[in-house]
Design a binder for this molecule. Structure first.
Ligand code: MD3
Ligand code: FE
Length: 199
């Protein structure tokens, strides 16, 4: 079922509409405990994407830099990863370990994420699983260094992607959101969940 592009396996429409709605309800409970925040880039400008996390570790960024943290910027522990999300990891990750971090990215209609590498995880053999909900997002995959040819792919609500070993070092980002393309979130926007083993 999955489509393999250079170590990324894309599962379009993996989640049914009722499964997507149940996930959104579970994520609302997470956000009620651990509010979304706008991480600061090292340049001192807030990112356009708002974030929070669930699991033992969450991803934070401030003037000390980017890192995994056991606490939200407001000081509390992160909520547990919802079972509905763990079930997706179990079905697609092919990993013996459980995810330690579920990063929740919220994109409003003008949000984007510049090309970057994810290199804060200790074990690059572990996959990253990405789940898309809400409006379509234009995902771009590049190379192990900046520049060069890139490939673009629309990620739609209910899609799941697994980034295996060979994909882990590649630059990637979200160029833009297509507002109004999904009825899932009444206020619009896109949610992306990334599940990772951090340690
Ligand atoms: C390729 N998120 O949170 S998910 C991120 O849609 C991030 O919010 C994007 O990049 C989003 O770091 C893209 C797809 C993804 C996630 C992790 C990767 C692609 C990846 C790690 C390595 C290579
Ligand atoms: Fe990333």
């Amino acid at each position: 079922k999955g489509q393999d592009l250079r170590g990324f396996v894309h599962y379009p429409g993996w989640l049914t509409a009722p499964e997507q709605a149940a996930l959104v309800a579970d994520l609302r409970a997470v956000v009620a405990q651990a509010p979304l925040f706008s991480p600061m880039t090292p340049y001192g400008r807030p990112m356009s994407v708002r974030m929070t996390s669930a699991g033992r570790f969450g991803w934070v960024s401030d003037r000390r830099g980017y890192r995994y943290s056991e606490t939200h910027p407001e000081g509390m522990a992160w909520p547990a990863i919802p079972q509905s999300v763990l079930d997706i990891w179990q079905a697609v990750a092919g990993s013996a370990r459980a995810p330690e971090c579920c990063l929740i990215n919220f994109y409003g209609e003008n949000a984007k994420m510049g090309m970057h590498q994810d290199r804060d995880e200790a074990d690059f053999a572990e996959p990253v699983v990405s789940i898309s909900l809400g409006d379509d997002g234009l995902f771009r995959i590049g190379n192990e260094t900046r520049g060069g040819r890139t490939q673009s792919l629309w990620l739609r609500s209910g899609d799941v992607m697994v980034m295996g070993g060979t994909a882990r070092p590649l630059y990637h980002g979200i160029d833009r959101i297509a507002p109004g393309t999904s009825p899932l979130l009444p206020q619009g926007g896109r949610i992306n969940l990334t599940l990772r083993v951090a340690t």
